[in-house]
Design a protein around this ligand. Structure first.
Ligand code: ZN
Length: 60
């Protein structure tokens, strides 16, 4: 399976925010702003945070 740069971008910025999860909502907004500002690293970090934070409970 060929792995293109486009695929990599899709993976880097992939995120599935969970409805009702406050962390997801905040990170999703951060990701959206970062993309609007062409801040690739910021968008990646926010996407990663959405993928990685445990629980999706909104608790801190
Ligand atoms: Zn979440």
């Amino acid at each position: 399976m060929p792995f293109t740069e486009k695929d990599l971008d899709a993976w880097l910025y992939e995120a599935r925010p969970v409805a009702g999860c406050r962390t997801c909502e905040e990170e999703w907004e951060r990701r959206r702003k970062a993309l609007a500002e062409r801040d690739g690293w910021g968008a990646f970090a926010a996407s990663q945070a959405i993928r990685r934070h445990p629980g999706h409970s909104g608790c801190r």
